[in-house]
Design a protein around this ligand. Structure first.
Ligand SMILES: NC(=O)c1ccc[n+]([C@@H]2O[C@H](COP(=O)([O-])OP(=O)(O)OC[C@H]3O[C@@H](n4cnc5c(N)ncnc54)[C@H](O)[C@@H]3O)[C@@H](O)[C@H]2O)c1
Ligand SMILES: N[C@@H](CCO)C(=O)O
Ligand code: NA
Length: 815
């Protein structure tokens, strides 16, 4: 036999009550009748409480009584056959009249005792249970309404009465035997004392009723029907990826609901726990969902950490001083004091030097606790054996919970790595020696970020969410958005990676969406709801959002964002950039970026700084990391100039070719950067630095391939004009090369720490002779690749290949 308990939301409306009847039909058709325990209709207990308080204050409560009546009458009208309605109306009306009389009494006395208060509250369960039993009778056969006051006996601690277990068990069993064949509908939450006065069972009272009945009748299972799909891995309001757990042990359920996750209140489940009766959390609003099974033992599961629980607001109190060292009984005095004064201590840590004790309490208790300590330890304080206790506010607790944690190494490593990588400072740590729970105290502002980061770290089958902030919506930026949008589903399905673009800015506007911007219409969103761009504000917003796995992407060609990189790293945010300016300015800055990224445990990826998406930086870093040494690098790294020389043939003028390169998206936003060699210089410099050389921009020797007037051009238009003016010069170069059976190549070299770039004419014996399109080519001669160099070759400019490189860098963050 099963116990089915339905909470307030399940008994909240006509629709939900109809669902309950369906659930019961299913249940009784598949075997024995269940015992049904019901709460008051959703909100009714609060309503009753308000009425009682109004009455005690001598205020008018009639409107509330009317509301109470109409909520129940509405259900009668909707769910009972017409000829069944009258007797139920009458019975409820009698109850409401009784209630009104009691409230009148309270009103005349201007006083409410705990005893009367319990009596008033009892009307909620009595009405709902009677009503639902009558509705069930229509389609489910014989039923019996059970006022639990007749069978659950308690002491007289009104509000939180203590059950007399033996007597209660006997009464329940007798009642059950006498009513075999009927479906029992039991009022949750209420009971009575020896004199038959109504008492209530306190917090989670209806769950308690279910557990008491389950235990007395040795039920095979207790189902707690509520409005969620079970116990979740974390607070779903803060962790979008939280999911319902299939199975939990009692201990895990206790640990998880101690903090947060209030689906059930586990202390009420102890009677079931003692009898090893499984408890199943089910969702009335999604009855086909299997829910969470809470059972005696923890079964092996793929996750050693079952859930992550949290308390949003706590304060800690620090007690320090030499007077505590080696003093037996000090902590005894401290914690007895707090217990005596009913201050609940949530967590305790003590250093092994015994020099300090830290404990966490509800913020409402903090000041009181401090005062109590100051009184109790007055002498020690005076003698300076301890310091004045310090309160720290604005903190939260995050705890990972799981019985199997103790059998698994690396759990705390994973926890602290996830926190550290995301810049979450841990203020205190506690782990019970039972190892069911590791708790950390962190700043309140970091809680959501920490919960998400830790959730990602432990539920690796969900992999990671990257929260991306993008600067630049030009050629590369917009192509990146297109690619992210196109591959979104695939990336999630195949790799479990979700890339959420949270913020976008260009020079005009910026826009944010904490849940992730829809990329199919980012342009409209930016135009219609964007605010004026402000890079200071953009960075500040990114930091304030404090999201886990945050990535700052620089797709601009501007100097301006570079100045923010350091602050970004310091905020534990990774940087992905195709902007070469940062890495190719001073050596000191280049170093600083890498050092800061390392120091703050985040990534700094800039593959597209050299050869767009071609794996050049990665290849070089792998060579260096595995102990190889670069002897020589020879490379063509300007996609634009490569394209120009590969296509500067026949009648096409030099001017036309440069225009084409720009139209195809190969050039920098300012094509002079390419043709003057600046872009190439930056790439050679970055390579040389990654190869271990301490070089400054002026150390790169550049041989110009342009006549002086082109170099001097003050604007892009003037520059193009000068290309036309100097047409003969370029034609001359071309003819000279062609007549010698050669091609023009702008080639960079790194050898013995010297970097140079020069225009060369090469014949078909040269490895760089055969190139086409915007091809880049790089040949690494190293200690290990000495006889024949390692060569990377392919398109090294263009929006698609560059955005793809940025894309790859982004998804590698945190890998
Ligand atoms: N084209 C290629 O093949 C290629 C290859 C590798 C790297 N890159 C690099 O890609 C970067 C972008 O090139 P692009 O062609 O897309 O440039 P673009 O001129 O088309 O776009 C630049 C974008 O950056 C924005 N921007 C500039 N300054 C800004 C600021 N301070 N704050 C916010 N936004 C700002 C602009 O509004 C614009 O949206 C450059 O650094 C370039 O070197 C390009
Ligand atoms: N303008 C650059 C883009 C690639 O970095 C080039 O032409 O190579
Ligand atoms: Na590259």
């Amino acid at each position: 036999m099963k116990i089915l308990k339905f909470g307030g939301t399940s008994v909240g409306s006509v629709k939900s009550i109809s669902t309950i009847i369906e659930i019961l039909k299913n249940e009784s058709s598949s075997g024995e009748n269940p015992v049904v325990v019901l709460s008051a209709m959703g909100g009714v207990t609060n309503l009753l409480s308000t009425m009682a308080n109004k009455a005690a204050a001598g205020e008018d409560f009639s409107a509330y009584v009317t509301e109470l009546e109409s909520r129940h009458f509405e259900v009668i009208k909707a769910l009972l056959d017409v000829h069944q309605q009258n007797p139920v109306f009458t019975r409820l009306k009698i109850l409401f009249n009784q209630l009104e009389d009691i409230l009148q009494g309270i009103s005349s006395l201007r006083e409410i005792t705990p005893k009367t208060y319990d009596l008033v509250l009892s009307f909620g369960e009595r009405c709902s249970t009677f009503l639902v039993s009558k509705i069930a009778e229509q389609s489910l056969g014989p039923v019996e309404y059970v006022n639990a006051c007749d069978v659950i006996k308690t002491d007289s601690s009104f509000g939180q009465a203590k059950v007399q277990t033996e007597l209660t068990d006997m009464l329940i069993r007798d009642f059950y035997e006498a009513n075999k064949g009927k479906m029992l509908f039991v009022t949750g939450f209420i009971a009575s004392n020896e004199e038959g006065r109504v008492t209530t069972l306190g917090r989670g009272g209806s769950d308690y009723t279910a557990a008491i009945f389950g235990s007395a009748l040795n039920a095979e299972e207790i189902e707690i029907w509520t409005d969620v799909n079970g116990m979740m891995t974390a607070d779903p309001r803060m962790v979008k990826k939280a999911f319902p757990l299939k199975e939990l042990s009692y201990i895990e359920a206790m640990e998880l609901s101690y903090f947060g996750a209030k689906v059930i209140y586990p202390p009420t489940m102890i009677p079931a726990f003692m009898k090893r009766i499984p408890i199943v959390i089910r969702n009335t609003f999604e009855p086909s969902f299997p829910g969470t099974v809470i059972s005696h033992e923890s079964r092996p599961s793929e996750h050693s950490v079952k859930g992550i629980s949290s308390i949003n607001e706590i304060s800690i109190i620090n007690l320090e001083g030499s007077g505590m060292v080696g003093k037996a009984g000090f902590s005894g005095r401290l914690f007895s004091l707090l217990a005596r004064e009913q201050i609940n201590v949530i967590l305790i840590t003590q250093s092994s030097s015994e020099h300090s004790i830290t404990f966490a309490v509800n913020p409402l208790d903090a000041v009181k606790a401090k005062l109590l300590i100051e009184q109790e330890f007055e002498l020690e304080l005076e003698a300076k054996k301890i310091e004045v206790p310090e309160i720290e506010e604005g903190l939260s607790i995050l705890a990972i919970v799981g019985e199997n944690m103790k059998k698994t190494s690396g759990v705390s490593g994973t926890l602290f790595h996830a926190l550290g990588r995301n810049g979450v400072n841990v203020r205190a740590i506690a782990q019970g020696s039972s190892e069911y729970n590791i708790s950390v105290i962190i700043s309140r502002v970091d809680l959501a970020k920490a919960l998400n980061a830790v959730h990602d770290a432990f539920y690796t089958d969900l992999k990671k969410t990257l929260n991306v902030f993008c600067l630049g919506t030009g050629n590369i930026g917009k192509t990146l958005f297109k690619q992210l949008e196109q591959h979104r589903d695939f990336l999630q399905r195949q790799n479990g990676i979700l890339v959420n673009v949270i913020g976008i800015s260009n020079t005009r506007k910026m826009v944010f969406e904490e849940g992730g911007l829809a990329l199919q219409n980012w342009q409209e969103t930016l135009d219609s709801s964007g605010e004026p761009a402000d890079l200071d504000a953009f960075i500040a917003r990114m930091r304030e959002m404090n999201l886990p796995n945050a990535v700052f992407v620089d797709n601009t060609a501007s100097q301006v964002p570079i100045a923010y990189y350091e602050e970004v790293f310091r905020s534990n945010i990774s940087v992905v950039t195709c902007n070469k300016i940062g890495n190719s300015a001073s050596y000191q800055q280049y170093r600083k970026f890498s050092d800061l990224a390392r120091k703050h445990g985040v990534d700094f990826y800039y593959e597209t700084n050299v050869g767009a998406g071609l794996p050049i930086i990665r290849t070089l870093k792998d060579l260096m990391m595995s102990g190889d040494r670069v002897i020589r690098i020879e490379a063509i790294l300007s996609g634009t100039i490569s394209f120009i020389f590969n296509n500067f043939k026949g009648d096409t003028s030099f001017y036309d070719i440069v225009k084409q390169a720009q139209e195809k998206g190969f050039t920098e936003p300012d094509p002079r950067d390419d043709l003057r060699g600046t872009d190439f210089m930056r790439k050679m410099l970055i390579l040389a630095r990654d190869a271990g050389y301490t070089l400054e921009p002026e150390d790169v020797k550049i041989e110009n391939m342009l006549p002086q007037s082109c170099l001097d051009a003050g604007s892009v238009e003037e520059f193009y004009e000068q290309l036309k003016v100097n047409n003969d010069y370029f034609e001359g170069l071309k003819t000279e090369a062609e007549s010698a059976g050669k091609v023009l190549r702008y080639i960079g070299k790194l050898e013995n720490g010297d970097v140079s770039i020069a225009l060369e004419m090469v014949d078909d014996a040269h490895p760089f002779y055969m190139l086409s399109g915007s091809d880049n080519i790089i040949s690494f001669t190293t200690e290990r690749y000495k006889e024949r160099p390692l060569v990377v070759k392919g398109p090294g400019a263009g929006a698609e290949v560059t955005a793809a490189g940025v894309f790859a860098d982004i998804v590698n963050v945190g890998a």
